[in-house]
Write a protein of this length. Structure first.
Length: 322
């Protein structure tokens, strides 16, 4: 009986060992095949949709075990809200949306930015308008998207001409409604950014009263969920590199880039070529100087009571990006 018990004991130990080994192999296999999902928020126009169309980011991140899910948003504020609630962990927006997101205690961080593109936004009037300069705007109706990049542009244009918002009648409208109001003459001027700016020039002959040149910076920012950024720095490094490479490609292939955006934007090729020609190329981590410029925008919005509290932009920049 003792020999039989010994044999059963040996077999039992062997079986337990095999089961344990199998469980370890399964666990290891799961670890090796475990993937990270990168949910990227994008808009119809910009570098991200071009990157999406080219497919190079998927190729780059595949070896890192990263899957990509692209989520489209109509504009920057909605995209930042998506970041805030966790439906995406990475996205692109202009100067204003991240300021409002930070003011609402959103857990986002600045990752990188494109260089300044001040000519990509402007204050425009109808081609036959009697308005010839900023001073002529006194008492006139000016349309803009509240709390957007062009809100800051208008503030700075008025300031440079010794005027304030009290000297004009501001009409807050999103781009599509503003375009309609502008065309029918319900507003006298419109402050707008590309590609809407380029479309107004090409399609209705809008005349430029002033661009952001020598007035504002107009950066495009790439932002991420703070937790994801802290846990996946290598992934975001790869994304920034791909974005930078894409802008270099766009700079040298503007016609091809415009064609990639024709279908998603529904805009004509000539509109897109004009708009892309006013882009700034290159994507780099946030510098001290860019952080200071973004602080100026935040301070201006605070002074206008567009945000409830004074912000510290540097607090929303990861130490690795400073």
């Amino acid at each position: 009986m003792s020999n039989i018990n010994a044999r059963f004991l040996t077999k039992g130990l062997l079986l337990s060992s095999l089961v344990a080994s199998a469980m370890m192999m399964t666990a290891c296999g799961k670890k090796e095949t475990e993937t990270v999902t990168l949910n990227i928020g994008f808009q119809k126009y910009g570098i991200l949709p071009i990157l999406k169309e080219r497919g190079s980011l998927e190729t780059t991140l595949k070896d890192q075990g990263v899957n990509i899910k692209w989520v489209e948003f109509p504009a920057g504020p909605q995209l930042l809200e998506g970041l805030n609630v966790g439906s995406v962990v990475f996205g692109e927006a202009g100067e204003a949306p991240p300021i409002f997101a930070q003011a609402a205690n959103s857990n986002i961080v600045y990752i990188a930015n494109q260089p300044a593109a001040p000519k990509a936004e402007a204050l425009i009037v109808q081609k036959d308008s009697k308005i010839q300069n900023i001073q002529d705007l006194k008492g006139k109706r000016v349309a803009l998207n509240k709390g957007s990049n062009v809100h800051y542009l208008l503030l700075k244009l008025l300031e440079a001409n010794k005027l304030t918002l009290n000297d004009i009648e501001v009409v807050y409208l999103p781009p599509s409604d503003a375009r309609a109001a502008f065309e029918r003459g319900a507003v006298d001027a419109w402050v707008i950014w590309d590609p809407f700016f380029a479309a107004a020039e090409h399609q209705i002959g809008a005349r430029v009263l002033a661009t952001g040149q020598n007035i504002v910076s107009n950066h495009q920012f790439y932002l991420a969920d703070r937790k994801f950024a802290e846990q996946n720095p290598k992934v975001l490094e790869s994304v920034v590199k791909q974005l930078n490479d894409t802008t270099i490609w766009v700079k040298d292939h503007q016609d091809e880039a415009a064609k990639l955006l024709e279908k998603p934007t529904g805009l004509q090729l000539d509109v897109l070529k004009t708009s892309i020609g006013r882009m700034a190329f290159g994507v780099k981590p946030i510098s001290t100087e860019v952080a200071k410029e973004q602080q100026y925008v935040a301070d201006a919005f605070y002074q206008q009571k567009l945000i409830p509290n004074k912000l510290n932009i540097q607090a929303a920049i990861l130490s690795s990006s400073k």
